[in-house]
Design a protein around this ligand. Structure first.
Ligand code: DX5
Ligand code: ZN
Length: 219
């Protein structure tokens, strides 16, 4: 099963309700919620209160909080309580990654480790045994609308092989620069497709969501 996760970073925040509803009308599976603190990445976005407001109105929607912040342990509980059922933290930031992953799982959410394009996949070797998913960044985190880094195709392929070799059940989520025109490049390796500008900057958000879902459902 392939999942489509619109990233609301590229939504029109004046029309957030309308934009999110448009993706759900197109049968988006997960809402990707990017959290940035201006320190780990050079941008600032939204926090648990915004997530809580969204979750209150669409309680059956799965929210995936991608924490691009310093010392994320401080806020994991807040995001779970606000309604995130998937949480990822960056391997580049978290020193005691095993402890943090266990904390996320203990709080009842699916735990993910996120990895930047410039970080070797080898650092995942041990933590792969504990996570539910890996968030493979295909741009440098911080902004929507950046170009897809081509080497991410190879990285997705080798990560999938690694997971298979270890006989693990870990999903691969890819985030950054994905669009209708290029998802076929990684379709065989990726399970969760995060798409921001490729959905929210489209003239018809629902139609674009449906087209993406169609491509992902074609075998
Ligand atoms: C980037 C974020 C992404 C971003 C993707 O730091 O993690 O989720 O919204 O946006 P696009 O799809 O426009 O690259
Ligand atoms: Zn993200």
């Amino acid at each position: 099963m392939k999942y489509l996760a619109p990233s609301i970073l590229s939504a029109d925040f004046w029309n957030l309700q309308k934009d999110i509803t448009a993706t759900l009308d197109g049968r988006a599976d997960i809402i990707h919620f990017d959290v940035m603190d201006g320190l780990f990445v050079p941008n600032i976005t939204v926090g648990p209160y915004v997530l809580e407001c969204l979750k209150k109105h669409i309680p059956n929607t799965t929210f995936d909080a991608h924490l691009m912040i310093k010392d994320p342990d401080r806020y994991i509980k807040d995001f779970v309580e606000a309604g995130a059922s998937m949480i990822s933290v960056h391997i580049e930031e978290v020193v005691h990654i095993h402890r943090t992953i266990e904390l996320i799982k203990h709080l009842g959410a699916k735990a993910g480790v996120a990895i930047n394009p410039g970080t070797s996949l080898e650092v995942l070797d041990e933590i792969l045994y504990y996570v539910d998913f890996v968030l493979l960044m295909s741009v440098n985190p911080g902004f929507g609308g950046q170009s897809f880094i081509e080497r991410s195709i190879y990285r997705a392929k080798s990560l999938k092989q690694k997971i298979k070799d270890k006989n693990l059940n870990v999903l691969i989520e890819m985030d950054g620069g994905l669009k209708l025109e290029n998802i076929h490049l990684v379709k065989d390796y990726v399970d969760i497709f995060v798409i921001g500008s490729g959905i929210f900057k489209a003239p018809d958000i629902t139609a674009m969501t449906k087209s993406l879902k169609q491509v992902l459902s074609d075998v």
